[in-house]
Design a protein around this ligand. Structure first.
Ligand SMILES: *Cc1c(COP(=O)(O)O)cnc(C)c1O
Length: 480
């Protein structure tokens, strides 16, 4: 380790060369072991909690700080970049995306306007165009890169709100919602809490959503929507659909709803954070039929595209409403109407990271067929998992597997139905404590279930087989 210059406590140029070597060596060692590493290692929580103490008056220097982060810190991380993370819906980072994301930090680009980074802004436009091609959207779609699906829903629902106001003669971006009666928002039972959060932030209210639900699973009731729209007598409304819900990977009936709302003044929004990727495989494409008729679409980058956190995309047909809603103007800033796009004026963030680097690199490196290969590999893994579950006498699948999520529970012989929820809650906790895999529980049709979502390019058949073995091992320990 190099000597620190005792006279100057701040950063020094000489630190950079050893830092680069150190980062490379750590990365090499880390990636070499990640396929077999437990997602949460024993001592993980304590390792994270060991960080603390007061702000140092004198620092330790870059080499020592980074060594501490790697040596002590990595044990406190969840190794979700590996093949055995099935919690939430989490992608890995492709090699191309990992490298390009490092370049985004290396160049420290401000992806706000052309003047602050021509490359970041250009790549963002290219990526948005490529995504239009990937998802086979017609001409006229525009968009902005966000931190994830939550903010993409925020952008798209803000544009929807602006459109509803415009239909009623009110410019919401200028005048607020004060002059308007409540804007009707319709959704099914699959509406994601991230969309609810966006409705809360937008002053539309998550509690005002009119639910069109036909059963305890939460499936969409198209007839209820038809009745609700008829009652509005021509007032504008927002309809918010979900393409891929996280408990079992199910979809709202997008084509049917698109057909229904075509005769009404409706902004049709589809949250397809991971589910939109069903569109890229002929095996699942039909699930997304009708998305091309929506006004806005939300999709994540850090889920099935397998780019690093954080990255999402708001796609919509109303660039002028988006630019008006998120207008960001002052005499010292880029002009919002300048010839080049100003992404910092299309979404909530003004200063923003160049997320376009990683998304561009992965699409450039692997192309449409490479994205399809990731998706279809995960679909295969989900089928394998479902088959192993079906073959196991002590496991019970609770739902069809339309996509990459397998919803099932432990059902050891001799355990009464009434005890299964508690058992599966304990199983979920035992899996987290075990740490070899990261997987979460949810409720499907009222029953507690495991809901592994397979979304990483790294996940192999042997990971699926080991996962089932671990679940059965832990479940049998709990049942006796
Ligand atoms: C994951 C998810 C979200 C939230 O996405 P973030 O990227 O965490 O903001 C929203 N909607 C759906 C359907 C999701 O699966």
């Amino acid at each position: 380790m190099e000597e620190r210059n005792p006279s100057f406590p701040g950063p020094r140029r000489e630190e950079l060369e050893p830092v680069l070597r150190q980062v490379f060596e750590e990365a090499r060692g880390y990636l070499a072991g990640i396929d077999e590493r437990a997602v949460r290692e024993p001592g993980c929580d304590a390792a994270a909690e060991a960080f603390g103490g007061g702000l140092p008056e004198r620092g330790v220097g870059a080499a020592a700080a980074l060594a501490e982060l790697a040596r002590d810190g990595f044990r406190g991380a969840a190794h979700t970049a590996g093949p055995r993370c099935f919690h939430f819906v989490m992608g890995g980072a492709t090699p191309a995306a990992l490298g390009a994301d490092f370049f985004a930090t290396l160049l420290d680009q401000l992806a706000y306007a052309w003047v602050s980074s021509p490359l970041a802004v250009r790549l963002e436009q290219v990526v948005l165009g490529w995504l239009r091609e990937l998802f086979e959207l017609p001409a006229g779609w525009s968009g902005v890169i966000t931190t994830g699906a939550t903010m993409a829903n925020f952008v798209n629902l803000a544009v929807a709100r602006q459109w509803c106001g415009q239909e009623l003669g009110v410019d919401v971006a200028e005048q607020g919602l004060y002059g308007l009666a409540p804007i009707p928002v319709f959704a099914g039972g699959y509406l994601h809490p991230a969309a609810e959060k966006a409705l809360s932030m937008l002053g539309l209210g998550r509690g005002t959503v009119r639910r069109c639900v036909r059963d305890a699973v939460g499936r969409f009731d198209v007839h209820a929507l038809a009745r609700g729209l008829a009652d509005l007598k021509g007032r504008p409304a927002i309809v918010c659909l979900t393409a891929g819900e996280p408990t079992a990977g199910d979809f709202d009936p997008i084509a049917e709803v698109a057909e229904l709302v075509a005769g009404h003044p409706v902004w049709l929004h589809v949250d397809g954070a991971f589910g939109l990727f069903a569109r890229v495989s002929p095996r699942t494409r039909a699930l997304c039929d009708g998305i091309e008729r929506a006004q806005s679409l939300t999709v994540d980058g850090h889920k099935w595209l397998n780019v690093p956190y954080d990255c999402g995309f708001a796609l919509n047909r109303a660039p002028e409403l988006m630019g008006h809603t998120f207008r960001y103007a002052a005499s010292y800033l880029a002009r919002p109407d300048e010839a080049r796009p100003v992404p910092g004026g299309f979404g909530p963030e003004s200063s923003r990271r160049a997320r376009s680097f990683a998304a561009w690199a992965t699409l450039r490196a692997y192309g449409r067929s490479g994205v399809r290969a990731i998706v279809e590999g995960n679909l295969d893994r989900a089928v394998e998992l479902a088959q192993l579950v079906d073959a196991a006498p002590d496991l019970e699948r609770l739902a069809d597997v339309p996509l990459n999520v397998v919803c099932f529970r432990a059902r050891p012989p001799g355990i009464a139905e009434g005890e299964l929820d508690a058992l599966n809650e304990r199983l979920g906790a035992a899996l987290l404590a075990d740490g070899r895999f990261l997987v979460g529980t949810g409720r499907h049709d009222g029953r507690v279930a495991l809901r592994p979502a397979i979304s990483s390019w790294r996940t192999r058949p042997e990971d699926i087989a080991l996962f089932v073995a671990v679940v059965r091992e832990l479940a049998s320990g709990l049942a006796t």
